[in-house]
Write a protein that binds this ligand. Sequence first.
Ligand code: EPZ
Length: 429
Amino acid sequence: MRRILVNGGKKLNGEVSVSGSKNAALPILAATILTNGLNTLTSVPNLLDITTMIRVLRALGLRAEYSHPNTVRIWANHNIKHVAPYELVTKMRASFFIIGPLLAKTGFAKVPLPGGCAIGSRPVNIHLKGLEALGAKVELEHGFVIVKAKKLKGDRILLDFPSVGATENVMMAATLAEGDTTIENAAREPEIVDLAEYLIKAGALINGAGTETVQITGVNRLQAADWKVIPDRIEAGTLMCAAAIAGGEVLIKGANLQHIEATIIKLKEAGVGIGEEGNGIRVKAPAKLKAADIKTQPFPGFPTDMQSQLITLLSLAEGTSVVTESVFENRFMHVHELKRMGADIRLEGQSAIITGVPKLSGAPVKARDLRAGAALLIAGLRAEGETLIEDIERYIERGYEGLDAKLRSLGADIRELKNIAEYEEEPDQ
Ligand code: EPZ
């Protein structure tokens, strides 16, 4: 288990580049199942979740290899297995993205039912209702979802909630269905647009991706396609928060302003200086952060994946802020850890009431999900003294490409702790 030690108080200055989007690359990797030929995907972040998805594709019989740390080549054709390996799929929820493509390509798929995780039960009922609407027979057996359909038939589908994964799974399945499919109340995230544009380049007929109504006309076959994945908007937002909290001025290169407008609006409200510059975003930390109220929403609303990082920032702002989490049922675990660092936060149902404090103090903290891990790391940048973060493979490196190295390159004092013995609690005076 790897751990890092953050020594707070260092301002961040300089330039840093954003990696490709984890949440765009994962469904696009799954979508290669639908194609025939060689797909070359570039700007793919070099992350554990990505290598897990690549191992799933290999287990299904696709040939997949890295030709560069950020370039993946995937050969797809018709001889493909129908059963995804239990131990791999249950490692990463996003592996469930393979069920739509596998069903559409082969008429049968047997995929482990994803478990819940720290942030919620994470059901897949909306995914399965969508596949049923396309004519699939759905069974649950011994922890597996089994879906069958001789030939999927297009239909009009109204999603109960604009679920990102369900929109992606149904859209992928509909590309090879007979006739037209309309997905109403579709999610509108930029990652869905990126997936749609990759599929269109592979020969799919899709209109309206990025709006609440996506229309797909089925085709017989998709060719392979080369694709450059969009920049990771959540990494960009996380780096913006890091600069705003630590102090200093940072240029975040390669970030797409349009993808994180809601985050930028809230950071400006909190007093952070933000401007577009060339192909990036320049962030200037204010002398004093100001309180702001936030409610997480599906895109284009404020992203739930930025909620933890903003709570960290608002814990140091003047005044009282209210942050309401409306997408996941249990995404405040990092709050208890922030309170151990001196934050003044009260939880009331799905809202966190944050009273700003002048300072945080470093402490050993535990993350429970990826964005909480990042939120505690950036808290440590400002906290007085040392903050120890354990298990960073699971809670930071799984979803951020070299985040600690990027922050170090900007001046942060972050080092890996080879063993816990190095981390001496202050001896009692
Ligand atoms: C995607 O997860 C992202 N993951 C998440 O990012 C992100 O937080 C989430 O979208 C919301 O933006 C990937 O893209 C790999 P949802 P997904 O389906 O698709 C409920 C990160 O840190 N729901 O939009 O699983 C669900 O329980 C991760 O990178 C159902 O009830 O999210 C949740 O409360 C975390 N039934 C809400 O909808 C379903 O069938 C939103 O989930 C599906 C979802």
